[in-house]
Each structure stands twice: as structure tokens, then as C-alpha cells.
Design a protein around this ligand. Structure first.
Ligand SMILES: Nc1ncnc2c1ncn2[C@@H]1O[C@H](COP(=O)(O)OP(=O)(O)O)[C@@H](O)[C@H]1O
Ligand SMILES: [Mg+2]
Length: 402
């Protein structure tokens, strides 16, 4: 396919790294120090950046790379995981320190550090920096990274930021893009640029047009939008889990979309949430296998999507305490809103979903009384669990006095 450009390493001529054409051309040509690669969902931003850093690790010497994201759990589950998967796919030899998250390839070093503790990056200088999901970063984080990308070498030090254009008022737009046009490199992309996407995923992105104009603009077209009419604001991120109380679980089934298994716990009338599983392409057998490991205590209640009775029956036969969820969306959301939600910082997909979970809007900005059905798998699992498990607790007991 023409769209595919092959970049070959100087040293190891048998390694071929096929980067999506649009990204390969931009990355190999840009002479800018700061480069923003923004776009819709699945356009190939993360994959291409990981590939590009690998290409640089093979073709350059004595360079120091930083791959960063706001939090350590999210960094480990995304860019770090992807980078290592690609290294093994391309059979590239490397050494690593798994505790400090450092990888050595030839004479180069690749550091994975998060920005939740900015001290972590203050002590070192880098040649190349990749900030993944950069809308999570503050402007101070950005300035800090900019300071750190100053390692003396023969080549230009560069920074690359990848993200979805989720908010036209974000500093990336108002301070960086709008004020530095011409000085920085910009590459906008969307699903059409990526020949590797499955038709199912493409169909889902195109169908956003009938659901929500803003989502369509941001995630399908890859253009700047403003997410309004968010559904939940009653949440925060925590890094602990209460020791008391019995967990209950929400389960949303998927295959092409992820299956989501979420653990919830009511403590002091507030709800604690963590993510046990969020994974695509699981058959029911796969899912049950994982549940056996994740849920050693089978007696705690699990509330799965009641639309899949066959799958529920299979899980029940394995001895789990499954109770089909009540699915009324509005009442469910109303119930979830009554609690303060403490989401564990490792629950990166829950956090990602809840940040953009919104009511549908039509072309004229009228709110339609239905959530957008996209990136809503953890949201559904949480709603099933809270609504079905806790509804009865809120129903008043009525005493009839004669
Ligand atoms: N060069 C490539 N070769 C094979 N698959 C690719 C390539 N680039 C992207 N993909 C596929 O496209 C999917 C979406 O790409 P990704 O980089 O995650 O998108 P984005 O970060 O823009 O949301 C990836 O999960 C991967 O399956
Ligand atoms: Mg990405």
C-alpha cells in the first residue's frame, strides 16, 4: 500500500518498521523543536511515535529519550507497554531496568517517567521527549519538559506531544498552537490516515455523527472541540483503598469493544472504584478465566449487563454470584450522582471515560437526554453496579401505622 512508508535501520538492515505514511513523512522531515501531533481516536499517533523512537534508537547513538505521561499507572499501561511490544515484535535486542523503567538499545537510553511527581524529571536532560496524552499535562509540566530537552549533541533536540483535541480552551491550543504558529510543527490526523483500523472501529467512529456533534468533531474528524454537558462531576482520584467493607462489581460485556470489570466499595456512604479488567477481544471463556483470578471470593455480587443472558448463565455456572443489572439509564445515572466517587489512580480507563462522558447534543447544540455511546464501557459497568446494588438502600422503608 502506498500509504505505508518503510523506514529501514542503518545498523540492522533486516528490521523493517512500517510507519503510517502521514506520520512517517512528518516525523522524518520536521526540523521543529516542538511538535504537536493531535487528532481523532485511532489515527495512529501513539503507535507511530513509539515506532519513531525505536527507529531513532536504532539509527542514532548516545541519545537519551524520555517517554512521559501524567501518571505512572497510565504510562505503564500505554506508551511503556506499546514500546516494549513493538521492540519484541521487531525482535530488537535491549536491556532494561524494570524497577526504574529504563530501556537501553545500543548506546541509547529510553526513560519512562511520569509527571505526577515533577521532581522525577528535574535531574536529567534528554535529547528527545514524547509526551503522551498531553492534554493531561499542565502548562508547568510542558515548561518543565521544554527545559529538560536540552541535552548537548550533534542533532536537534525535539519534543513531541500526542493527544486528542478535546478542549479549544486548553493551553495546548490557546498558548502553544495559537501563539506559536510557524514556530512549532503540527500534524493533525484522523482515522482516515490509518490503514490498519478494523472496519468495526471505523463504523463506530462514523456513527458518532448520529450521536453527538462534538464527539464526532473531536474523535472522528480530529478537530478541536469543547466537551460540554458532562454527566458526572461528583468524582475525584485517590491512591488508597479502604480496608473495611465488602466489594461489589459491575461488568460490561464487549468483544471488539472492551469488556470492563469494575470493583466498587461503599465506605462511609461514599463509593470507591477500581478497575480490574478493561480488555478487548475476550470470549466468555477468556473472561471467566480472568474472573477466577481477579475475584477469588465468588460470593460477592457481580452486576453484568442483563442484555446477555447466555453469558450471564455461563458465569453463574462457574459459581459466581451474578445478578443481572437493572439498566434504566436515567435512573441509574441519577443514582450514581448521589454518591461521591473516589476513583483509584490506577483505574486509568475509568478516569479517561468519566472525563468525557457526556449527554448527546444535536447539531444545534440541543441536549438530547441520552449519554453518548462511545468510550462508555466502564461507565456502564459502574452504573449497573451502583444502581442495582444500592437502589434498595435508598428506597425508604414505609411503616404503615393503623
Ligand atoms: N504502523 C502500524 N502498523 C500496524 N498497526 C498500526 C500501525 N499504526 C497504527 N496501527 C493500529 O492502529 C491502532 C490505533 O493506533 P493508535 O496509535 O493507538 O491511535 P491513536 O493514538 O491515534 O488513538 C493501533 O492500536 C494499531 O492496532
Ligand atoms: Mg493514543
Amino acid at each position: 500500500m502506498k500509504i505505508q512508508s518503510l523506514i529501514q535501520s542503518n545498523l540492522l538492515t533486516d528490521i523493517q518498521i512500517p510507519i503510517i505514511g502521514k506520520f512517517g513523512r512528518f516525523l522524518s522531515q520536521t526540523q521543529k523543536r516542538i511538535n504537536l501531533l493531535y487528532g481523532g481516536a485511532g489515527s495512529g499517533k501513539s503507535y507511530s511515535l513509539a515506532q519513531w523512537f525505536i527507529v531513532k534508537c536504532i539509527t542514532e547513538q548516545n541519545k537519551s529519550f524520555l517517554i512521559t505521561r501524567k501518571t505512572l499507572p497510565s504510562l505503564k499501561l500505554t506508551a511503556y507497554k506499546l514500546f516494549k511490544e513493538l521492540l519484541s515484535e521487531y525482535q530488537i535486542k535491549y536491556e532494561e531496568n524494570k524497577t526504574d523503567l529504563v530501556i537501553w538499545i545500543n548506546s541509547n537510553e529510553v526513560y519512562f517517567k511520569s509527571l505526577d511527581d515533577p521532581e522525577k524529571i528535574k535531574s536529567a536532560d534528554f535529547n528527545y521527549v514524547w509526551g503522551e496524552e498531553a492534554t493531561e499535562l499542565t502548562f508547568d509540566d510542558y515548561k518543565q519538559l521544554n527545559l529538560r530537552a536540552r541535552r548537548k549533541t550533534d542533532t536537534l533536540n525535539q519534543l513531541f506531544f500526542t493527544f486528542n483535541p478535546i478542549d479549544s480552551f486548553h493551553w495546548l491550543k490557546t498558548i502553544v498552537i495559537d501563539k506559536l504558529v510557524g514556530i512549532i510543527g503540527i500534524l493533525a490526523s484522523n482515522y482516515k490516515d490509518n490503514p490498519y483500523l478494523s472496519q468495526d472501529y471505523i463504523d463506530e467512529l462514523i456513527a458518532l455523527k448520529n450521536q453527538d456533534e462534538t464527539y464526532y468533531q473531536i474523535y472522528t474528524k480530529g478537530e478541536w472541540g469543547i466537551l460540554k454537558n458532562l454527566i458526572y462531576s461528583n468524582w475525584g482520584v485517590v491512591d488508597y483503598w479502604p480496608e473495611n467493607g465488602d466489594s461489589f462489581y459491575g461488568l460490561d460485556f464487549g468483544f471488539n469493544n472492551p469488556s470492563a470489570l469494575i470493583e466498587l466499595l461503599l465506605y462511609d456512604n461514599e463509593i470507591y472504584i477500581r478497575e480490574l479488567l478493561y480488555e478487548t477481544h475476550l470470549t466468555n471463556t477468556d473472561l471467566i478465566g480472568k474472573m477466577k483470578v481477579l475475584l477469588p471470593k465468588k460470593s460477592n455480587p457481580i452486576y453484568p449487563d442483563s442484555a446477555e443472558p447466555d453469558r450471564i448463565e455461563e458465569i453463574k455456572r462457574e459459581g459466581f454470584n451474578v445478578k443481572p443489572a437493572e439498566k434504566d439509564v436515567h435512573d441509574g445515572i441519577d443514582h450514581v450522582k448521589r454518591y461521591k466517587l473516589h476513583i483509584h489512580r490506577d483505574a486509568i480507563n475509568v478516569i479517561k471515560e468519566i472525563q468525557s462522558y457526556k449527554w448527546k447534543e444535536d447539531k444545534d447544540g440541543n441536549i438530547i437526554d441520552d449519554p453518548v455511546k462511545f468510550n462508555d464501557h466502564a461507565m456502564d459497568a459502574i452504573r449497573y453496579a451502583i444502581f442495582t446494588h444500592l437502589k434498595t438502600q435508598l428506597t425508604p422503608t414505609i411503616w404503615r401505622l393503623k
